[in-house]
Design a protein. Structure first.
Lengths: 482, 311
């Protein structure tokens, strides 16, 4: 055997050279064979949804047929609101319905869930929020989201004669709509605008401004007193867009909001409201009324500075109070302020950007669909809404959803008052939930504007370019803000 | 026995080769496969689109700008790091002039060697937190605070180090260099110590000064180590993902700001992959990155090839 060379094996086996040749050939076939590739990469994902082991019999009190003893896989974003509220819900769900939950509280929604969505093995219910959320438009386009209308049309827990959706604050379902279907339940009621310290204003004798001129005047007084006028969370241009877009909305009315959401060719360039809004913000930049350095700060850095009385105002949503809970001085007296009004605005001063945030989703391929639907139905009961308010210091989209035994913190209370004063005068942009890429471009332009590297005219041009680019995508025709 | 030997060797190689094939080569092939589709990242339904993604890539200004940033890093990070490390290593090992006439480092060289190595111990994530505090854009930042105290910077107009398009890349580069110099100093020190002392002593006797002994003796004999360092630093320069995504202002996700001024290939790729849901397109970027890296490694190895000097 010793001298027999491998090439001469003939029919006895595969020679070395043959082996190399054949494996090379194999490699050549393997690369272009797409079906082979996708089959291997899909890792056993199939389209079958809920399996039978989780299906029980339906009844009036059990509209989805939840099976006792089944389990529910709950994944919750553990951010500004923590995840204690979800644990309280899960405990309640177990005693009431007899379904136990596996709980995951995490900030890494994408990292943990992207592989599971791809493998066709997603959790049953997800709070898909935070910086690492999987964008709702992306999930929707991948066909991963359940249409939530069965839950919303089911009888409400608190009043079975009514549908769940009839007990919610009007308009709060809108941001979860993709192409006409509610696929995400934005659970937390949020208002956006300016925030100030009641204590600081009292001390200095400033009155909360109602018009833009008054706002500029307060900022100038603040500057004279050695602190900044307006602070924003520059590293995340999302926040300054709250101010710019609110000014545009209030100046131009709901038509200005719709023009942007519906990708109008004159949404920015050629829109008087957009021009007035961006020029107003640029006035703050030009007059040096920003808190020094705020353009480069993270949200925690700038919010903490503001808590230290280094700026008169900051832009944010109503999660601010809970987020800053530990860093806010006890006598700070946090207050919400609707965006001050530009001259000749179409909306009144009281109008606010309000609506829902923190999207909860049910994956279309969830294993325990009945359980997930029932869980969501319970989320929209007064008992669970009160649990949430207690644990997370915030309101939910349930109308009058907090038991009167819970006292709210000053900032949250001021948002309740502001929403009451606003009444029906609320608005909400939907483009950030529909068009991530366009939103990013607009944020980028705002960052350049705040750093004085571009002028309002260029800002309008860049934003319009982002809108026009998005409008070219045929899929965008299906999203309509009406 | 030849055949038996073959099996014996193959037996040992099987596990590492299999691991390599499964975890390196197979993902590469998959990435290439996905790059020919319109995969959106969250499910397994996608269409084959041929080379569309690559065609779109040709017109993607953000990605092209990102390539330039990587190339800039590729030129400056190795050059600055290696020069500094070489200089320090030389001073620590052969820069001193002891009275006895031997070849030693400058006074306190043992201490310096340890101190220079400290930054290397820190992980990139800690490094990002640390330098975020250094570069912080208001008076609370280390650099700004210092410059304000010296009255070089106006307190109402602090320098936004990471929010200036002309500055952000250099600020990031400074972090990498600060982090890397210590490691390469130790690497070069080890190599220098293997250079026989008598060569230096002979040069000394012939009247060579510090720079002559460095350029005529140290550098030629260290060439292979420098080459290795160059490849390692090149890999770092082609990546930069951690620092860019955790230090620069946000372009939707994964840093990259201001105005894409610090975007590198990997951050653009990840943003498209996860945040915009253009995963197939992002895979095409990944393939381009792989090709660029391969070309650059070959060029680097060819360009720095020298005759090996035996000593």
């Amino acid at each position: 055997m010793g001298s027999t060379s491998a090439e001469n094996n003939g029919s006895n086996g595969v020679g070395r050279r043959d082996l190399i040749k054949r494996s090379a050939a194999l490699g050549l076939i393997a690369v272009p064979t797409m079906s082979f590739l996708s089959a291997c990469a899909s890792g056993g994902g199939d389209d079958s949804s809920s399996d039978d082991s989780t299906k029980g019999t339906t009844s009036k009190s059990n509209p989805f047929g939840v099976k006792k003893g089944s389990t529910l896989d709950v994944v919750v974003f553990k951010g500004g609101y923590g995840d204690d509220y979800a644990k309280a819900w899960e405990a309640n769900f177990k005693t009431k319905i007899g379904v136990s939950s596996t709980h995951t509280g995490t900030q890494e929604i994408t990292g943990k869930l992207q592989p599971r969505f791809n493998a066709g093995n997603p959790p049953d219910i997800v709070d898909d929020s935070g910086a690492q959320q999987i964008k709702i438009d992306v999930l929707y386009k991948n066909g991963q989201l359940l249409d939530l209308s069965p839950v919303l049309d089911a009888p409400a827990i608190d009043d079975p004669t009514k549908k769940v959706r009839d007990l919610l604050i009007p308009g709060t379902l809108d941001p979860g709509v993709q192409e006409g279907k509610v696929v995400a339940l934005n659970y937390i009621y949020t208002v956006w605008g300016l925030w100030y310290s009641g204590k600081l204003f009292k001390e200095k004798g400033w009155t909360p401004p109602k018009t833009w001129d008054e706002f500029i005047a307060v900022c100038q007084k603040a500057k004279a007193a050695g602190i900044g006028g307006l602070a924003h969370q520059g590293k995340y241009p999302y926040y300054i867009n709250v101010a710019i877009m609110d000014l545009i909305a209030k100046k131009g009315g709901i038509d200005a909001v719709k023009a942007i959401d519906n990708l109008d060719p004159k949404a920015f360039v050629g829109s008087a409201a957009a021009q007035a809004g961006v020029e107003a913000i640029y006035e703050v930049v030009e007059k040096g009324l920003l808190m020094p350095g705020t353009n480069g700060l993270t949200h925690t850095e700038s919010q903490t500075r503001w808590n230290q009385y280094k700026a008169a105002f900051i832009t944010c949503g109503s999660w601010l109070e809970n987020e800053q809970l530990k860093l806010t001085p006890t006598d700070f007296d946090m207050k919400f302020l609707p965006m001050p009004l530009l001259a000749d605005s179409k909306m009144p001063f009281e109008a606010i950007r309000a609506g829902s945030g923190e999207p909860f989703i049910i994956p279309a391929k969830a294993k325990n669909l009945p359980g997930a639907k029932e869980f969501m139905r319970h989320m929209l009961s007064k008992e669970w809404s009160t649990l949430f308010a207690k644990e997370a210091n915030s309101l939910t989209i349930l109308k009058d959803g907090v038991d009167s035994s819970v006292t709210l913190r000053p900032g949250t209370q001021s948002t309740v008052d502001a929403s009451k004063a606003a009444g029906a005068n609320t608005f909400r942009y939907l483009y950030p939930d529909w068009y991530s890429e366009m939103d990013t471009s607009i944020q980028n332009a705002s960052n350049e504007l705040m750093a004085k590297r571009i002028q309002p005219k260029e800002w309008l041009k860049r934003c319009q370019a982002a809108v026009d680019k998005q409008a070219k995508d045929p899929a965008s025709k299906k999203n309509v803000h009406s | 026995m030849r055949k038996g030997q073959y099996r014996f060797v193959a037996g040992f190689l099987f596990v590492p080769v299999a691991l390599y094939l499964i975890f390196v080569i197979w993902p590469y092939i998959q990435t290439f496969g996905y790059s020919l589709t319109d995969w959106k990242g969250e499910s397994q339904t996608f269409k084959f689109v041929g080379l569309d993604n690559y065609r779109a890539l040709l017109h993607d200004d953000v990605f092209k700008e990102a390539i330039w940033h990587n190339l800039l890093f590729l030129v400056f990070i190795p050059v600055i790091t290696i020069l500094l490390a070489l200089f320090f290593a030389f001073m620590v090992n052969a820069g001193g002039r002891s009275k006895a006439g031997g070849v030693t480092g400058v006074a306190g060289s043992g201490f310096y060697k340890i101190v220079y190595f400290f930054p290397q111990v820190l992980s990139l994530a800690i490094l990002a937190v640390l330098f975020n505090a250094v570069y912080r854009s208001d008076g609370g930042g280390l650099l700004n605070g210092f410059l304000i105290k010296l009255h070089l910077v106006d307190v109402n107009n602090p320098v936004e180090w990471l929010n200036e398009p002309n500055m952000v890349l250099w600020a990031l580069m400074a972090v990498v260099v600060w982090h890397g110099v210590g490691f390469y100093l130790v690497l070069f020190s080890a190599a220098m110590q293997s250079i026989p002392r008598d060569i230096y002593e002979a040069a000394l006797i012939d009247g060579a000064n510090r720079s002559q002994s460095f350029f005529r003796i140290t550098l030629p004999l260290l060439w292979e180590t420098v080459q290795t360092a160059w490849v390692y630093l090149g890999i770092i320069a082609m990546d930069m993902f951690v620092l860019v995504s955790s230090m620069t202002s946000n372009m939707g996700a994964y840093g990259g700001g201001p105005d894409h001024g610090s975007d590198v290939m990997s951050t653009v790729m990840m943003r498209n992959f996860l945040y915009f849901g253009k995963s197939g397109y992002a895979c095409a970027m990944g393939v381009v990155m792989l090709l660029l890296t391969l070309v650059l490694s070959v060029v680097t190895l060819r360009a720095t090839r020298r005759e090996r000097i035996e000593f």
